[in-house]
Each structure stands twice: as structure tokens, then as C-alpha cells.
Design a protein around this ligand. Structure first.
Ligand code: ADA
Length: 569
């Protein structure tokens, strides 16, 4: 299923995960050119690169299964993620499509007869003029239906979405609720909604929804005597909404919320009015056996390793993550920086603006209720210098603020002394690789002082006086490569860089957070940094199989020491 918890008691939801049929086109192909035969099968969710012979396949494939529709209900297909473009056909008829592997999406098919139907999803993971975000890059774009698929049976008007924002009110809490109803029928219909959290109910009243349209209602839960959410005490509450037709409940929707408030105050990042220090990792969704379709137990195992090292923070570099991973962060108590899908993308690509806007909107819409997410990011290491680049940073950061005023927004820059977009960020996030791309570990401290001095001067054009996070730093180490010379790519040198960087960054009064690049070694697309050893990004402190390198112990020692200092505060 799409979540680690049930989202419906009343609505019938079928999991479509399992063995689907597979036909491979041999390259990029018209998705509507549905094949006569499906000679292979594939597990859904999974990445097709994990099938023998498809390890490097880039192009179109068709995946097919069957499902049953029921009387009086529309079919709503919900995809956790299709990499990277999915086109949906039901009984040979095109009913929807979606670009970008990393955000969920749904297709409603209202007019199916009860009984069995054919579902085909054409999947394309190719690069080119049609793809601005999935490009040759320092991480892999896989192919397939890589996150779970659900079949929802929904009434004429159904609960499409709930967004819930917690607010402190003295020693109690409020929860601002917005509910969206959708009407797939041909008639205007009136419904009402009742919602409940922590034993308190609110009625959102009657709502008239026009045919084929959506309608929203808001309400606020006030005076909630609830326990706050924090990494140390990740207390979650069930938020349940019921849709009523008169007195009859006809649909429902369940989510979970955590009561925490995050804000920036001067140079500090505050959660529940306490200044926090972020200690953690950048993590790609990548695994040699599963691609980006890491099963739930694998996600949990990754978070256990990150927690074992004394970390409280994960950056979902560089795209929205699987909803179940975020659910785990809520449950296990991690702060998360989630960002819309961009790593050094080209703002002039013809498809860029529409695709980044959609990724950003969908990220907030689908992930906004997660207490673990304490900030939204975007546009990693993009053009933040030119006039056009500045304008685009202003646009996307403002879009994030409009979508969700409750969280600070940021972008990671690798352009100290040159960046001209910091004025639009609430937090200054620096990707700095002193000791790797240039300099030695001994240069880290003096160079960081120079960067911070620039940041807090008028020259940074808006970087002064804001929280600072080291969003990336690290060094590559080929697993098992030991060398007394302690040279680049050796495991010894990775230890030297990370030990010094963490000594400086975790102890610096002006720095609120440090995220190591990166958790595990990950696969790249060959056309990008093929000159990297193993066509991998080797900066993990565990290798791709999660086998710890010597740097794992270095990071653990530094992070635990920092956590202990925090506890003493
Ligand atoms: C950049 C980028 C990362 C990764 C890293 C590296 O900061 O944001 O995705 O490519 O560099 O390994 O050099």
C-alpha cells in the first residue's frame, strides 16, 4: 500500500501491487502503440533495471494487469510513483498520464461497467526534449512503476485531499483543516464533512460540488490538549474525516498529524520554540537490487543506520520521497528537508517551467501533513546568479510559501561569494566540498569562516542574519580502497575530510545544521559522470549494499558527541 497506515475504513481500496505483464519497446515509443503480446512479467512496484537484460534499458515499456470495477463507484487509480512518465490505458482507452517519478498522482475513471477491466501503463524513462527534470545526472533515473499502486472505489463525490496545519495556542494546540471534495458525476451534489482528531470533532458543514469539479471547506480544531511531536517523542494522532450524504457516511479519509511548529527566528531554526541543530545525511532512493523502488523494510533499515549514527535529520536529495519513507520519518522521529525535483536543471529547457511547478505543487499537496518535514527545498545548485536565475528562484520559493506558509523554504547553493538569490530563502543552505573538489581538510575551518563572513555581509545580498545549514559536504571513497598515502578516493581520506568537517560544522555557533553527502553510494546515469569510479557516486559512508566504510564510525562519533552536547544544554 501507499502508506504505513490505513487511510480508509469505509472506502474500498484494492492494492494493485504484484506480478504484472511486461512488454519492452526497445527504445522510446508512442505510448499508445499498445503491444499485441506481453512476453515477460515484472513485480510492481519495482525498477525494470533489476530484470536481467534490462540493467541499462532506457525507453518505453508497457505494464499490464487487470482489475474489477464495482457497481455505483468510479475507479480511482492512485500511483505512488511511475518513473519517469506514465500513460494510463483502461480497456485500450487513454485515461491519464503523469511526468516525474517522484510525486504521487491519481486518475479517476468514472464510467466503467462492473466486472473485469484491463489496465495498461506505458512507462518511459528516456531523456530528451520531453524531460527537464529527469536528465543525465549524478543519480540514476530508473524505469518502471517504482512505488505502490492502489485501486480506490469512490462514490460520486469523494474526499480527495485533507491538509492539516498545527498551530500552538499557548499551552494548547489548534489544527487548521482544509478538505477537498471531488465530484466525478454529471450532477451538482451536496455533501457534508465531519472530522475528528484527538477526541475532538468539527463539522465542516454542507458543501455543494459542481459536476466534474472540486470544492473545499475549512475548519479549525481549537484548544487541543495534545502532546507535541519531536524526534525524541514522535507523538502522532489520527485525523479522520467522514463524508456524509444526509445522515449516511459514504466515504472517508484518514491521515496522521504531529503537533509541532517550525519557524525561523534570526539566525536560529526553532521547533516548538526550541532552537534545533540538524545532524544528518543526504539520502538518494537507490539500491543495487531494487533501484529506487526500495521496499519498506529497506527504507526502515536505512533510517536505523542513520539513527545509529546519532542523526536526527534527512535531506531527500533531490526530489520528493516515497510517502512510506516520510511516514517512517514521522514515526521514528526525524526532521526532514524535502525538496521538489531538481539537481542542476536547465531553466531554459522547454519543459522545465511546467515540470518544476508541477513537482513543487504535487510535493506540498501530497506530503504537506508530515510533521517530520520542517522545511521545503528546491532548485539544488541551479542558476542562482544570473538575472533570470534569480527571478526563477524568487518564483519557486514564493510558490512554496504560497502553497504552505507554515514551513521555512530554502535552496542549496554551491556558489559562495557569487550567489545572488539568498534574499528569497528563509534559510541559507551551503553545498561546500572543501577538501574534496579543492583544498585539504585543514582548509575547511578557515575557508568556512571566509564564507560565513561573506554570508553575513551586505555582499551576500540577503544571506545575513538567517540560519545557516551545511546542506552538503563530504568526500568520495571507493569501498575497500585503503591507502597509507590517504589520497583521494581512499577510505582514509574520506575519514579525514568528514572528521574535520564535522568538527567544524557541528561545533560552530553560526551553523544550525550539517548534512553529510551522502548516506550510501549510488548509481549514476552513464552519460553523466561516467568518469566517476564504478559509474557511482562514492561519497556514501556505507556502500550501495549498506556495508559501512570506516567513515561511518567517524560520523557516528562526531554526531553522537554533538547530540550529547545538545542534551547538556
Ligand atoms: C553536488 C550535488 C550532489 C552531488 C554532489 C557530489 O553538491 O548537489 O547531487 O552531485 O555535488 O557528489 O559532488
Amino acid at each position: 500500500m501507499l502508506r504505513t497506515f490505513r487511510e480508509h475504513d469505509l472506502r474500498r481500496v484494492d492494492a494493485l501491487d504484484g506480478r504484472w505483464e511486461l512488454a519492452v519497446a526497445g527504445g522510446r515509443q508512442d505510448p499508445a502503440a499498445l503491444p499485441e503480446a506481453y512476453p515477460r512479467t515484472i513485480q510492481v512496484p519495482s525498477a525494470w533495471e533489476c530484470l536481467p537484460g534490462l540493467e541499462r534499458y532506457r525507453g518505453t515499456a508497457w505494464l499490464r494487469t487487470r482489475f474489477r470495477a464495482v457497481e455505483g463507484r468510479a475507479v480511482r487509480l492512485v500511483f505512488g510513483g511511475v518513473s519517469h512518465t506514465g500513460t494510463v490505458f483502461v480497456d485500450g482507452r487513454r485515461v491519464g498520464d503523469h511526468y516525474d517519478a517522484f510525486t504521487p498522482w491519481a486518475v479517476v475513471v468514472p464510467d466503467l461497467s462492473p466486472g473485469e477491466h484491463e489496465l495498461v501503463v506505458a512507462v518511459d524513462n528516456s531523456f530528451g526534449e520531453h524531460s527537464a527534470l529527469h536528465i543525465e545526472n549524478d543519480y540514476m533515473t530508473y524505469g518502471g512503476i517504482t512505488r505502490p499502486v492502489e485501486l480506490h472505489h469512490v462514490p460520486a463525490v469523494f474526499l480527495e485531499r485533507m491538509s492539516a496545519t498545527p498551530r500552538r495556542t499557548g499551552d494548547r494546540w489548534a489544527l487548521d483543516l482544509r478538505v477537498r471534495l471531488a465530484n466525478w458525476s454529471q450532477h451538482p451534489l451536496e455533501r457534508s464533512v465531519v472530522a475528528e482528531v484527538a477526541g475532538t470533532q468539527v463539522a465542516l458543514g454542507a458543501l455543494r460540488v459542481a459536476p466534474g469539479e472540486t470544492a473545499e471547506a475549512t475548519a479549525t480544531f481549537d484548544g487541543l490538549a495534545v502532546e507535541p511531536w519531536s524526534p525524541r517523542h514522535p507523538r502522532l494522532y489520527e485525523l479522520a474525516a467522514r463524508l456524509l450524504d444526509g445522515e449516511t457516511a459514504v466515504d472517508d479519509l484518514i491521515d496522521r498529524v504531529g503537533f509541532r511548529e517550525v519557524r525561523v527566528a534570526g539566525e536560529q531554526l526553532l521547533v516548538n520554540d526550541e532552537a534545533i541543530r540538524l545532524r544528518g545525511y543526504n539520502r538518494h532512493e537507490d539500491h543495487p537490487q531494487f533501484g529506487n523502488a526500495i521496499p519498506l523494510a529497506g527504507m526502515a533499515a536505512d533510517l536505523e543506520l542513520i539513527r545509529d549514527q546519532g542523526c536526527n535529520f534527512v535531506r531527500t536529495s533531490h526530489y520528493p520521497n516515497d510517502l512510506r519513507f516520510l511516514d517512517l520519518c514521522d514515526e521514528m522521529g526525524f526532521y526532514v528537508w524535502e525538496e521538489s525535483h531538481a539537481r542542476t536543471v536547465d531553466f531554459d529547457h522547454p519543459a522545465y517551467r511546467e515540470q518544476i511547478t508541477r513537482s513543487t505543487v504535487e510535493m506540498v499537496e501530497w506530503h504537506g501533513n508530515r510533521p517530520s518535514i520542517i522545511m521545503w527545498g528546491c532548485l539544488n545548485e541551479c542558476d542562482s546568479v544570473s538575472e533570470a536565475g534569480q527571478a526563477e528562484h524568487a518564483r519557486v520559493l514564493q510558490l512554496l510559501r504560497e502553497l504552505d506558509p507554515s514551513r521555512p523554504v530554502t535552496f542549496a547553493t554551491n556558489k559562495p561569494f557569487r550567489d545572488r538569490s539568498l534574499r528569497w530563502a528563509d534559510i541559507c543552505a551551503l553545498n561546500i566540498y572543501i577538501g574534496w573538489y579543492d583544498g585539504e581538510p585543514a582548509d575547511i575551518e578557515p575557508e568556512m569562516e571566509r564564507i560565513l563572513a561573506w554570508l553575513d555581509s551586505p555582499a551576500s545580498e540577503g544571506g545575513a542574519g538567517k540560519p545557516v545549514i551545511l546542506s552538503e559536504f563530504g568526500a568520495g571513497a571507493v569501498p575497500g580502497y585503503r591507502d597509507p598515502r590517504r589520497c583521494h578516493w581512499s577510505e582514509e581520506y574520506q575519514c579525514d575530510v568528514l572528521d574535520e568537517a564535522l568538527r567544524v560544522y557541528l561545533g560552530h555557533p553560526r551553523i544550525s545544521g550539517a548534512a553529510v553527502w551522502q548516506f550510501c553510494d549510488v548509481r549514476l546515469t552513464p552519460g553523466w559522470w561516467h568518469k566517476r569510479p564504478r559509474t557511482m557516486n562514492n561519497k556514501g559512508t556505507v556502500d550501495e549494499h549498506r556495508r559501512p566504510k570506516p567513515a561511518y564510525a567517524v560520523v557516528k562519533r562526531r554526531m553522537l558527541a554533538s547530540a550529547a552536547r545538545e542534551d547538556e544544554r
